[in-house]
Design a binder for this molecule. Structure first.
Ligand SMILES: [Zn+2]
Length: 302
C-alpha cells in the first residue's frame, strides 16, 4: 500500500463476551453490575470461568508471530480476576491501557463514580505491572464531555472512544462529523478538536455511508472487506485504528437471550475471526503500532 507513514493503532479490549452485550441485552451496561449473580447464573460459581484466557494467549502468539505490538484496553474487573494474564500481556511488550472498572456506560456512572472507578481500575493495572496506563477507551464507546478533565487529571494522554459513525444503537450522535484522524479534543465535546491536552484516536467508519468499520464486531457482521474498506480509506489520509476482543476469536459462548441479536453478536466468532485478524496484520504489516505510539506526535510537552 502507498502513503507509508500513516499508522494503524491495533488494540484489544480485554473483556469477556458478556461485557460487550449492550445492544443484545442492554441492561448490563445501564446498571451497575452484580457480577457474582451473573457468574452464578452463567457458571454456577462466584467467579468467571476463565473463558478469556485461551483466546488471549492465542492472540499473544499471533502478535508474536507477526512481530507487532498492540494496546490492550484492560477492564479493571478482568485485571482483578486474571492478574497473571494481564502481567503476561505486559511482559510480551504490549501496552496496557484502561477500559474502566466495570463495563458500564459512563453516562450511567456520572462524574464522581466515573472518577472513583477510573482510579480503582488504574490502581489495579498499575499494581500488576508498575506502569500507569495513559490511554483510555470508554466501555460501549460511550462518552460524556466531563470525562475529558477527569482523564487529564488522572494523567491520561489519550482516549480512543470516538467512532466516526452515524448514530447507531443510541450512540455516536454527532460523531460522524468528528475528525477522522488523531486530534486534540475540545473540553466541550470529545468529537470536536479543541484546547484540551487529551489526544483522541478515532475509530474509522466505512466511507461515504459513515457506518462503524473499525471493530471486530463490524468485521464479523459485515465482512472482512467492510473493515478493509474503512481502514484502507482512513489510512491513506492519516493514522487510524482497529480493535476487537479476545472472545471474538475464542470458543463460542453459550449465550441466552434475543435470538437474532445473539446470532449477529456471535456471528463468525472463532477461527473465521482469527483468520480475519491475521489478514489485517498481513495487510498492514510494518504500519501497526500501539495506540500510545499513534498518539505520541500530538501529546504536548512529553
Ligand atoms: Zn469494551
Amino acid at each position: 500500500m502507498k502513503s507509508p507513514d500513516h499508522k494503524l493503532a491495533l488494540s484489544v479490549d480485554l473483556e469477556e463476551w458478556y461485557h460487550s452485550r449492550r445492544w443484545v441485552d442492554g441492561e448490563q451496561a445501564r446498571t451497575l453490575p452484580d457480577s457474582t449473580a451473573l457468574f452464578r447464573k452463567l457458571y454456577g460459581s462466584d467467579r468467571p470461568a476463565g473463558e478469556i484466557i485461551a483466546p488471549t494467549l492465542a492472540l499473544l502468539e499471533l502478535f508474536e508471530r507477526h512481530r507487532c505490538r498492540a494496546t490492550f484496553f484492560v477492564l479493571g474487573e478482568i485485571a482483578r480476576y486474571y492478574p497473571d494474564l494481564v502481567r503476561r500481556i505486559a511482559d510480551a511488550g504490549h501496552e496496557l491501557a484502561c477500559h474502566g472498572l466495570y463495563h458500564v456506560d459512563m453516562t450511567v456512572l456520572g462524574p464522581e463514580r466515573f472518577a472513583e472507578q477510573l482510579q480503582e481500575a488504574v490502581d489495579l493495572i498499575q499494581g500488576l505491572t508498575g506502569l500507569k496506563p495513559v490511554g483510555y477507551r470508554g466501555p460501549n464507546l460511550v462518552y460524556s464531555p466531563w470525562a475529558t478533565r477527569i482523564l487529564e487529571d488522572q494523567g491520561f494522554l489519550y482516549d480512543s472512544t470516538v467512532c466516526g459513525s452515524r448514530p447507531l444503537g443510541g450512540k455516536y450522535a454527532g460523531w460522524d462529523k468528528a475528525p477522522t484522524h488523531p486530534y486534540r479534543a475540545s473540553y466541550d465535546a470529545i468529537e470536536e478538536p479543541g484546547g484540551s491536552r487529551l489526544v483522541e484516536l478515532p475509530l474509522p467508519a466505512f466511507p461515504w455511508i459513515k457506518l462503524a468499520g473499525g471493530s471486530g464486531i463490524t468485521t464479523r457482521i459485515l465482512g472482512y472487506y467492510w473493515s478493509l474498506g474503512a481502514l484502507g480509506h482512513a489510512i491513506r489520509r492519516g493514522n487510524t485504528a482497529y480493535y476487537f476482543h479476545p472472545w471474538e476469536v475464542g470458543t463460542r459462548p453459550k449465550a441466552e437471550g434475543h435470538r437474532l441479536r445473539n446470532a449477529l453478536f456471535l456471528r463468525r466468532t472463532g477461527p473465521w475471526m482469527m483468520r480475519a485478524v491475521e489478514r489485517i496484520l498481513r495487510r498492514f504489516q510494518g504500519r501497526i503500532v500501539t495506540a500510545r505510539e499513534s498518539a505520541e506526535g500530538l501529546t504536548p510537552g512529553r
